[in-house]
Ligand binder design. Sequence first.
Ligand SMILES: [Zn+2]
Length: 148
Amino acid sequence: MRGSEISLARQLKARGLRPTRQRLALAHLLLGNGARHVTAEELFHEARDSGIPVSLATVYNTLHQFTRAGLLSEVVVGSGQSYFDTNVTSHWHFYDRTTGEVVDIPDEAIAFARLPDPPPGKVIDRVDVVIRVRHADQPQPVSTGEDD
Ligand SMILES: [Zn+2]
């Protein structure tokens, strides 16, 4: 095993995930290339292109396991449409409705003047902000009902 794989195996174990060959290979693709946002389909194609024999279902399951373990965060941009973010620190996102691109907005670029009190007995666990943008010279995309 190479050094980077040993370190990934340690990260997985530390978060209660058995470092199986498939998990290690997917972790290497995801976490070995700097901060990025990736869909399950994109990771599936990257894995296939790298000769990693995985199914799309395995990629989905692994992404959700990594998210529950705190290795990734999920950015939901529409119903059934998620990006997985290797940057798990607090930050926000622009979502380009024209190209489907997700771009980080630094934490300090947004301030909340007011947040509602959570219901009794609850605390705010997390706030997600996705600002949808489109190219200024393009018309507003027709809503398919899947995107909002
Ligand atoms: Zn991000």
